[in-house]
Design a protein around this ligand. Structure first.
Ligand SMILES: Cc1ncc(COP(=O)(O)O)c(C=O)c1O
Length: 407
């Protein structure tokens, strides 16, 4: 029986109770499709993803083909191969092939857009205080060179709700605002932000938006062209489970003309497709393997994958908040979450650590739990990820381990 499509989590009401039970696994022994170390509770899919064996095998097959006749692969048949892969990826994320180019990762996608903006002294670049560091630094770098300013809008936690957040962005826009950069799903706080409403509000103010969707493809149901942003970049190596180095950049047709890849190469000035299809010699097999990853995860049903991971995240957030006696960063029903949740450590445990790295190391070395530590508005949190290979016992182990640390 097909499961219902998961609505945009941030769009649902906050009246649904948090799930009392974790989801049932989508297939018996599903973890055996991954090469992950069985002795580790791997609760950090979010940082770099994890690629299934079958997809790695497809990448190896492509690499073997490349090495047999490098010129044929990287030169004469390259554009056709990339076209096919872009068409398959576009169908998955709601994008037309002609508006889509491959990049290595979301950092590179954001850099291409941000570095293509012609800034004047006094111009303003607007983002949020939860923006990923690499993107925030890229904004700072171009602003410093031009004498422009980066404005970072705070995101209060507990999350204040989509309407208030959109108003905060709106009120930070001035006549000098040249670009708004907003995460679809934030890294530190794992919130799914109301990007469509932000794009609409910015359009009304005459400002372009770049959406950093590093985590979105595969985590939430995505139709990029319906969002209407000038630019959208995302990763396929995180929640689509493609090999590492598979990202994309979508540019609305009217915002392609002055856009150049972060690496200017042989086809400068020859148009979006030509410039993005060749950025110097590199391994293009992560991009070419992305359709296999979409197909591999699709065998479980993409709606079921998203539903499973979302239900696990909402359940695990509740489990940890109740066990640790802490307030969640967003509603317990999971309505502002996708497949990750950032949960504050109990103050007694947080006080043990000089920095988040110490906490991450202790959890790994003593308990074999892999989970990142984040600092969200001054609070030390752990950000859990939920992918189809995760089991409820792994979050129960984390809950108990942290209780033990406070003892
Ligand atoms: C919101 C956000 N943007 C950008 C990135 C960078 O991704 P990548 O290292 O694949 O470029 C991340 C990584 O986790 C992220 O969370």
């Amino acid at each position: 029986m097909p499961s219902p499509t998961l609505a945009h989590p941030a769009a649902s009401s906050h009246t649904t109770p948090a799930p009392l039970s974790p989801p049932t696994p989508l297939a018996p022994d599903i973890r055996s499709h991954w090469t992950l170390d069985p002795s580790v509770a791997f609760l950090n899919h979010g940082s770099f993803g994890a690629c299934p064996r079958e997809v790695l095998a497809e990448q190896q097959r492509l690499r073997d083909e490349l090495e047999r006749e490098p010129l044929l692969f990287l030169d004469r048949t390259r554009d056709g191969r990339l076209d096919q892969a872009l068409t398959a990826v576009g169908a998955f994320i709601g994008a037309t092939r002609g508006n889509l180019g491959f990049v290595t990762n979301a950092t590179e996608g954001c850099a291409a857009v941000i570095r293509s903006i012609d800034l004047k002294p006094g111009d303003e670049l607007l983002t949020t205080a939860h923006a990923y560091d690499a993107i925030s630094f890229t904004l700072q770098h171009v602003a410093d060179r031009a004498g422009a300013k980066v404005i970072r809008v705070p995101i209060d936690t507990p999350y204040v709700g989509d309407d208030r957040f959109v108003s905060l962005i709106d009120s930070a826009i001035t006549p000098r605002t040249r670009l708004v950069v907003v995460d679809h799903i934030t890294s530190v706080s794992a919130l799914v932000l109301p990007v469509k409403a932000i794009v609409e509000r910015c359009a009304a103010r005459g400002v372009d938006v770049l959406i950093d969707g590093a985590h979105a493809p595969g985590m939430i149901d995505l139709n990029i062209e319906q969002l209407g942003a000038a630019w959208y970049t995302g990763n396929l190596h995180k929640w689509v489970c493609a090999p590492k180095g598979a990202g994309f950049l979508h540019a609305r047709r009217d915002r392609q003309r002055n856009l150049h890849p972060a690496i200017v190469s042989n086809h400068y000035g020859q148009g979006f497709a030509a410039e993005f299809n060749w950025q110097g010699t590199r391994d293009i097999t992560p991009w070419l393997s992305a359709p296999r990853a979409i197909e591999f995860m699709g065998q479980f049903g993409w709606d079921r994958v998203r539903q499973h991971n979302h239900q696990m995240a909402a359940w695990a957030q509740r489990l940890l908040c109740e066990t640790w006696g802490v307030e969640p960063l967003s509603p317990l029903d999971g309505s502002s979450l996708g497949s990750m949740a950032s949960v504050p450590l109990p103050p007694r445990v947080a006080a043990r650590y000089a920095d988040r790295g110490e906490c991450v190391r202790e959890l790994f070395e003593r308990f074999r739990i892999e989970i990142p530590g984040m600092v969200v508005n001054g609070l030390l949190t752990l950000r859990l990820s939920c992918q189809v290979y995760n089991r409820a016992e792994e979050y129960e182990k984390l809950a108990a381990a942290v209780v033990g640390l406070g003892g």
